[in-house]
Each structure stands twice: as C-alpha cells, then as structure tokens.
Design a protein around this ligand. Structure first.
Ligand code: ADP
Length: 470
C-alpha cells in the first residue's frame, strides 16, 4: 500500500486532540493509515541582528504510526503568508467578506515564498509511490511548486472552507494564478455541491476549461478531477467520549444545574464567519417576543479564542461582549442570567456531555465550509429524548442535515421563531428528526470522507505531470 503524506499548515500530534475540524479529522485518518504529516511547527523564529531568520530547519517526531515533520517560519514569512494572505485575504473572501479583506500586495509574495519553502523541504522526503494529500487554503499553490521541482506523485487537494461564486473570487488580485495552481493537482475536493458548482462555473468562465464529464476538467494542459466530499465526524470516538467519566460528569452536572430550565448551546471558535452577534440578537428577540422564555431558557455560548493577531477578530470579540452584557443587564434577574458567555476552549472530553444536556443547539454561521459542531451535537443526543438542531442554511452541513430547523441567520426574527419552535417541539417530532439526521451522520462519517477522497485520488487519471507551472 502506498504511503500517505498529509500536508497542512499546522501539524498536531494525532494522539492528542485540538480544537478545529481539520485537526480532529486528520488525526483520525493518520491514526488509521500511518504515514507522514508535514507542516509548520507553529513556531516563529525572530531575525538575528541584521540578518534573515534561520527558517526551514526540519524537526521530526514519531507519534505512533505517524511521522510528524515540522518547520519553523520567520516572522516576516509568518506575517505575510499566515496573517496576511491566508487569514487577511483568502479566509474573508472565501467566506464572502470582501469588506474585511486586506489586499496588501506584499502578502502574496510571502504566501508564495512559504509554499515554495514547503515544497523545497518536502520534496527530498518523498517516495515515488507516495500519495500526497494537501489541505486547505494556506497551501493552494503547493502542488504547482512540487511539480516545478519534478514531483510526479499523485497529489490531491481538499478545501475545508467554502469557495465563493466566481464574481467574488474574481475580486482577489491574482485569482487567476490561484485557480490555475489548482490544476497542478490530480483531484480537488470541496465540502459541498454548492462550492463545487462555484469552482466549475469559475473555470468554465475564466479559464475556458473543458468539461470532460464525470467531474473531469481539462485546462492549462492538464486534466483534473473535482468533486464534493463533505467532511464527517468520528461517531465512535464521540460515543466513547460521551460514556467516559469526564463526559458523564459534565452531563450530570449540567442536567442538575438546568433541571428547571431548558439549555441552549453554542460552541464555536470566535470568528466573524460564525454569526455570533446575529445569534445573540436572535436570542434577545426570542426573550422580547416570548416572555414565557424568561427564567426558563439559558443560552450557554462558548467561543474559543482564535487568530487574535488579526484585527477583525478583536472587533467581533468586543461586539459579542457588549451584546451579552446588554442582554443580561436588560433581561437578567437575581436568580437567572439569560446568557452564559465563556471566552475559552472547553476540553473536548466535556463537549458530548454539554451537548447531550442541551435541548437546542444554535449553529448559525453566516458562512461555513461544513461545521462539525452541528454533527457532534446530533451524535451526542439521547435518541429517546433528543435535542433540536437550529442550523444556518449557509453552513455546508445544511446540504446534508435537511431535518434540522434550517434558518437564515441574517433574519433575526425568523431565527428567534425557529428557536421558539425548537424549544416547543414535541418529543415524537424530535425523535423522527434526530433519527433521520443520525442516519446521514453515520453514513457520511470521517472514514467515508477519507476513504472516498483517497479512492478518487488513486483513480484520478493524471495525463500530464511535471509541467512547469508557475
Ligand atoms: P472550524 O473548523 O471553523 O473551527 P468546525 O465546527 O468545523 O469549525 O470544527 C470545530 C471543531 O472544533 C469541532 O470538532 C468542535 O467540537 C471543536 N470546537 C469548536 N469550538 C470549540 C470550543 N469553543 N471549545 C472546544 N472545542 C471546540
């Protein structure tokens, strides 16, 4: 069996767990197959007096069946590649937020430099029959850089975040370069059919790509395969967590504390794409419209700190703090606070217990590639007395989880009504919806995602390799 080489911006020890859909899913895949995981160490080396930083030195660590190889980045490269281009241009634009993008011309040079550095350092470690799987928006040009160094291996790319419609994508200076670089892969995967459709429309209109049928496209002298591979969760891992002491204790504690009140839960990274202010506005609207919810419903919102070095993230933090304060100030009573807002990461082992003790989950991003919290909430429920998922129609998960209460998170009043419906929903309807959702989550789990992507990658017909790409 060929070796699997995974490349992503950050590498995490697959024996441990971290917040973030990508880290959780990849840890699972590599624990099963073994292989090599290559990426940035997370460390920044400051320049020595007068000179450039000594970046790119490789560190290797064996983690069970997985070899982890990491490199450090210089401050200059980190700021341009990671903070600048990846999170200041690609993240906002791919989440439809042109207003938040910072198109500084220096960022793209740093982005390209770091992709070249990754390619230079990775290429000598590769074997001829390796299967290479590159992840996410930080590394779009990596295959092109590897091909320029003579790599002919099968290379696949999976985009974990949304791909916006062609005209939004076309606002990025250098968008044609970026999309052309995707043609150096053999397989390009997206989270949803909607994102896949945007890609097809873009390459037809902007690159005059030829549609060969069955997901195959030809342009720039290459034939590639493209498709939707919605990422799933590890249902067994989550079940095991739910029945472990930490999970059980959390469940019992929350049930005891909320025995007289219904618990609503939100669990997110603190990111402007997650629709947190709109969610709190909808909760405020619920309290305003339905006085019977006073004293009987509590929203626990966990928002873990994220990318605090990017300006737009501090703005959203302040907005959220102010909304929580004003809701509690206006509606709270001595014995009841409507919102419990926690700006910290909660241990993964405690999440299933928290989800299971909650009657309603609010997963209402303005735009999200998939959103694994939605799936984790459903998987944690008691099938006899399950909670209700209120899900944004703009999350990739909405294509699969059709039995959730789907909402438009920009419509605060409609979302408040949906939350009210969720709180009132009779147990028979909750059970029927939960059963249907669970069937989908089980069928399209993380193993399905990984197997179907890798199967397609092995089958993808690479007709040309080694073309000088960039
Ligand atoms: P993203 O990748 O944008 O953060 P996802 O919902 O797809 O969004 O993945 C988030 C993953 O990280 C889930 O597995 C979730 O359980 C975990 N997670 C998210 N927020 C928190 C938090 N505040 N505390 C603990 N775990 C979290």
């Amino acid at each position: 069996m060929p070796r699997l080489v995974v490349v992503s911006n950050r590498v995490a020890d697959p024996r441990k767990t971290a917040a973030g859909g990508l880290a959780v899913a990849l840890a699972d895949v590599l624990n099963n197959t073994g292989g090599l995981w290559f990426g940035w160490s997370g460390k920044i080396v400051e320049p020595s007096a007068g000179g450039r930083a000594d970046e790119g030195e490789l560190r290797t660590q064996q983690a069970g069946p997985v070899k982890l190889v990491t490199l450090d980045l210089s401050r200059e490269d980190h700021d341009a590649y990671y903070v600048g281009y990846s999170n200041g241009v690609l993240w906002p634009v791919f989440h439809y937020r042109l207003d938040l993008a910072d198109f500084d011309a220096g960022y793209i040079a740093g982005y390209r430099r770091v992709n070249q550095l990754f390619a230079r350092k990775l290429q000598p470690l590769l074997r001829d029959d390796d299967i290479i799987w590159v992840h996410d928006y930080h590394l779009i040009p990596l295959a092109a850089e590897l091909r320029a160094l003579g790599c002919t291996q099968r290379i696949g790319f999976f985009l974990h975040i949304p791909l916006p419609p062609p005209l939004i994508l076309a606002a990025i200076p250098g968008h044609d370069w970026l999309i052309r670089a995707l043609f150096a892969y053999d397989l390009v995967g997206f989270q949803s059919e909607a994102d896949h459709g945007h890609f097809c429309r873009y390459i037809e209109a902007e690159a005059r790509a030829q549609n060969l049928g069955e997901g195959r496209w030809r342009a720039f002298n290459r034939t590639i395969q493209a498709g939707a591979f919605p990422i799933g969760m590890d249902v067994e891992e989550f079940n095991a967590l739910a029945s472990a002491p930490d999970g059980l204790e959390m469940y019992e504690r929350m049930r005891r504390e909320y025995s007289r009140r219904k618990l609503l839960v939100g669990v997110d990274r603190l990111d402007y794409s997650k629709g947190l202010p709109q969610r709190l506005q909808a909760f405020r609207e619920l309290l305003q419209r339905y006085p019977e919810t006073h004293n009987s419903a509590t929203l626990v919102q966990i928002a873990s700190p994220s990318r605090e070095d990017v300006g737009a993230y501090t703005d959203i933090l302040h907005e959220l703090e102010s909304l929580c304060g004003s809701i509690n100030g206006n509606y709270g009573e001595l014995e009841w606070m409507p919102v419990r807002y926690i700006h910290r990461t909660v241990a993964r082992s405690r999440l299933p217990g928290l989800y299971r003790a909650s009657r309603v989950a609010l997963v209402t991003p303005l735009r999200d590639g998939m959103n694994l919290v939605a799936k984790e909430f459903v998987a944690s429920q008691d099938p006899q007395d399950p909670g209700v998922l209120v899900l944004s129609r703009f999350a990739g998960a909405a294509e699969q989880l059709k039995e959730a209460l789907l909402v438009n998170p920009y419509d605060v009043e409609a979302t408040a009504n949906a939350i009210h419906l969720a709180l009132q929903m009779p147990v028979e309807e909750r059970r029927a919806r939960h059963q249907a959702l669970m069937a989908n989550i089980r069928e399209y789990d993380v193993h399905w995602w990984c197997d179907s992507f890798l199967d397609s990658l092995v089958k993808a017909q690479a007709e040309e390799t080694g073309t000088p790409w960039l």
